[in-house]
Design a protein around this ligand. Structure first.
Ligand code: EPZ
Length: 421
């Protein structure tokens, strides 16, 4: 099992490049199923989740692979299987994003139910509601969802009960090939939905309103190929900015996504850090001072993303004062709390809200990652803790952070990966 060894207590100083956005790449790669023509996506990070999505596309008969350092080419002109297997879907829930495109293009699809994960039950009822609204017949049998329709999907009102990110993406992709107009109400507004919509428009789709809670789609009979460039990963960017604040350092990141990080940057400024922009760059400078504790309440975009909750909680562990972190999106997203306590953090959690009393110092220990964003929070914990921290199960980290040791080493961290049975 791969682990990370971190000698903490060193402020981070220097420049960190931000990779392409994992949560934009997955729906955009799935969208390639909507056309028989080639789709190229550049700035794609080499992450476990991206490799899993490529494997899912290959299992359907598409050719899908990296054709350059960070460029992916997908050709869906030879789809010969409309069943996404449990073995792959269980390793990555986002595989469920093939549902909408396959149904829209082939009028039939069978996808394994994704099941829950560490952070929650992760239901998919809204995805199915959207496809039913477009005229599909949905059946749940033996752990699989089967969706089918005679002829094209039919444009319709899709009224989402919850603003679900991938639910909106499945609905949007399906509606692009439906017969007639569709309106998605209570759509999620995340930037990754805008990125998907822009790619679909480049493929010939007629979409208006992406990024708001009402999206209009005029269905087309077919879409053509395109070449897209992935937006920067705002969650990776936020993670490193928080790491700079927690270690009392000064780091610069580039990726041009500061306009997507208004809420997290406001919180970092509230913690006492100086955050400045220069074109494509964001700099955070703590001037070596201990951060001030900040209350956090996660929300859908443009609020504080749930994917930065754990990282902010780690910052509060070594901040001045007491803070409260409230998770409003997922029901079990505090598994990093007991691990941070092993480093000496003082945290009480009732499952929805954690109360953190900042301490001047954490101390290294053996800790274990439980999910993707918790793992980055534990790395931040190790970076600020005096002494040696060993983070176990770093395969979680590799799902969403490209070259994380190299990026952190370049700004002064003492962090190494090793294998231990
Ligand atoms: C996306 O997951 C992201 N994943 C998650 O990032 C992110 O945490 C989440 O959005 C929220 O921003 C990808 O984009 C691949 P949701 P998603 O559907 O779409 C409930 C990471 O760390 N819900 O917006 O699965 C659900 O239970 C990952 O990169 C239903 O009730 O999240 C949750 O409470 C983790 N029924 C809320 O909606 C449904 O049909 C939001 O979930 C769908 C969702």
């Amino acid at each position: 099992m791969e682990k990370l060894r971190i000698q903490g207590g060193r402020p981070l100083h220097g420049h960190i490049p931000i990779s392409g956005a994992k949560n934009a790449s997955l729906p955009m790669l799935a969208a390639a199923l909507l056309t028989a023509e080639p789709v190229r996506v550049s700035n794609v990070p080499r992450l476990r989740d991206v490799h899993t999505m490529l494997a899912v596309l290959q299992s359907l008969g598409a050719s899908a692979a990296f054709c350059g350092d960070n460029e992916v080419l997908v050709r869906s002109n030879s789809i010969n299987n409309l069943k996404a297997p449990y073995e792959l879907v269980k390793t990555m829930r986002a595989s469920f994003l093939v549902l909408g495109p396959l149904l829209a293009r082939f009028q039939f699809v069978e996808v394994s139910l994704p099941g829950g994960c560490a952070i929650g039950t992760r239901p998919i009822d809204q995805h199915l509601k959207a496809l039913s609204a477009l005229g599909a017949t949905i059946e749940l049998k033996e752990g699989y969802v089967t969706a089918q329709i005679d002829g094209r999907l039919r444009g319709s009102l899709i009224d989402m009960d919850i603003a679900t990110v991938t639910g909106t993406q499945n609905a949007l992709m399906a509606a692009t090939l439906a017969d007639g107009e569709s309106t998605i109400v209570n759509a999620a507004r995340e930037p990754e939905i805008v990125a998907l919509a822009n790619m679909l428009i480049d493929m010939g789709a007629d979409i208006k309103g992406a990024g708001t809670d009402v999206i209009h789609v005029a269905g087309k009979e077919s879409l053509h190929g395109c070449t897209a460039t992935l937006m920067p990963d705002r969650i990776e960017a936020g993670t490193f900015l928080i790491a700079g604040a927690a270690t009392r350092g000064c780091i610069t990141i580039n990726g041009g996504c500061h306009d997507l990080l208004d809420a997290p940057i406001a919180k970092l400024r509230q913690s006492g850090a100086e955050v400045s922009f220069d074109g494509d760059y964001i700099q955070i400078d703590t001037h070596g001072k201990q951060p001030q504790a900040v209350d956090i309440r996660t929300a859908t975009y443009p609020g504080i993303p749930t994917d930065l909750q754990a990282q902010f909680l780690a910052l509060n562990c070594v901040a001045r004062g007491t803070s409260r972190v409230t998770e409003t999106i997922f029901e079990n997203r505090f598994m990093h709390v007991p691990e941070l306590a092993r480093l000496g953090a003082s945290i009480e959690s009732d499952g929805t809200t954690a109360t953190i009393r900042g301490v001047p110092q954490l101390h290294g220990a053996n800790i274990m990652a439980t999910d993707l964003r918790a793992s980055s929070c534990l790395v931040i914990g190790g970076l600020v803790a005096e002494g040696e921290t060993i983070v176990d199960r770093v395969y979680h980290l590799d799902r969403g952070y490209e070259h994380i040791e190299a990026k952190l080493t370049a700004v002064g961290a003492d962090i190494h990966r090793f294998n231990e049975q």
